[in-house]
Design a protein around this ligand. Sequence first.
Ligand code: AHM
Ligand code: MG
Length: 340
Amino acid sequence: MGHRLKTLGEFIIEHQSQFKYSEGELSRLLNSIKLAAKLVNHEVNKAGLVDILGASGDINIQGETQQKLDLYANNVFMHILKKRDIVCGVASEEEDDFVVISDKDGGHDNKYVVLTDPLDGSSNIDVNVSVGTIFSIYHRVSGIGSPVTKEDFLQKGREQVAAGYVIYGTSTMLVYTTGHGVNGFTLNPALGTWYLSHPKMKFPTGGKIYSINEGNYIHFPQGVKDYLKYCQEEEGNRPYTSRYIGSLVSDFHRNMIKGGIYIYPTSTKAPKGKLRLLYECNPIAYIAEQAGGKAIDGFQCIMDIEPTELHQRVPFFVGSKEMVEKAEEYMNDYPDDANY
Ligand code: AHM
Ligand code: MG
């Protein structure tokens, strides 16, 4: 018999000691995330079958119509995170404000906060295209024994103790880091077990994929336009290949495996970009750096940005280090664009 594949549960236990501050809580927290991911996966896979599809009609704080599955995923993650005696508060892209876990639920004595985009790219569900869950975990800065505060959530990405995403794709994967590299686990849906399928994930060198919504070209900053021209030039290993799913987790995941850059810049339509610093960019940036890549807002590292509000947006350039650095060079030709 060949060697047996390692499961996520085994992996978490083996690497328990690498978690900063943790006395086993982070392992339990990851265990609860893998359970929530399975529930969401099950529901996402049924999306074409049941009448859960389509807009639920509610508008979220950013004025976007929420899809029913967004709400479902949000509820699952909220519920599972509340009930584990680990988390003192949760902030979600789908909630207007952060959620305090009450003293009754033991929340005041818990050490961690979780920030999540429970179902990113949900406009893709109706058309059977991959979506994802993104999560980010911090140690609280406020004192144990008190309710969670906004400051616990407004920490720089550098302070993350773990981050990851689930991709509901042709197969379902959970990819995460605790600051000791990036590992990817694939779900065997028949058994409900996650197996270590992608150990120590790293961006390959010599990436050739660029991912950007080029329909917005006319609204892009000049540095981005110049970089796109560079991507399309005939020279060395260029022109690059353009690939854009419109689902951050999927675009990022492919680029990490094949080598590439994802860009969601500022534009005259979205002067601060579209993606959210806390729920989307920081966790993806942490994974990118841990996989040897880089993530910037065009000028500075995403994880060095001091957050000022929960739903803050930032321009986002993430992927293979040398590609992001090349884009950064072009951005630096227009230093005024750093003041977005
Ligand atoms: P969402 O959080 O409302 O789903 O928006 C985020 C998504 C990303 O997954 C994706 O990369 C981007 O929005 C696509 O935006 P656009 O359609 O403007 O290209
Ligand atoms: Mg999102």
